[in-house]
Write a protein that binds this ligand. Sequence first.
Ligand SMILES: [Zn+2]
Length: 238
Amino acid sequence: MRTPVIITGRNTKGMAVLIILMLMSGLVFSVLWQGSTAVVSHMNIRHIIVIDAGHGGYDPGAITSQGLYEKEINLQMAKRVGELLKPSGIEVILTRDEDIDYVPDGTRGRQTKKQADLNYRISLAKQANADAFVSLHLNATVGGLNSGAETFYHNQSAEGKRLAEIIQEELVKVPGMNRRIAKPGDFYIIKNTPMPAVIVELGYISNSKERAKLQQAWYQDQLAHSVAKGIARYFEMP
Ligand SMILES: [Zn+2]
């Protein structure tokens, strides 16, 4: 497996160094190997989570007069949550990791396009046999007074409700967050996803204070930690 090394007779010092290096790499290899088997034995049950960055491509989501697009922060947040979950052994699937949509060429009509895009994301989760689906969004209202994160589940899904409640419980621990509770919502994506599915509205970009925070790395990290912790808790992982 290692590439053969040709050692000339004269260079005995170099040879000694090479032998030491080879011994060390073998040691490192065996440590890694033991490490990975240890991890595998902890993960008898493999959990698969789909993290969906809401909107993308042709669909910007909410837009502010400052030129902020919801789809951009959703994507940054999905990547952050995914990165945080990976070491836990939970398998993370992002519905998108760039600014794209899933509307087939030639699709006409606002509603038809939106539904085609969402259907594709749902089919990704089905194909992956995902255990849960978390769609990340930002809220916006006229007036800009509302603030805070809120999580929605479909009222036909008891497990969706449990997932939403746990994530919301973690989100309200973010310093300065108001104390909303998880709510039922009749949204297409959580209604049509066969596995437990929630929509997390991470905050209001219509609120100037929250908008400023939502664009900052330290605040995105706090939110991402909460969502990741909620997902890990849902799967009953430490
Ligand atoms: Zn949205």
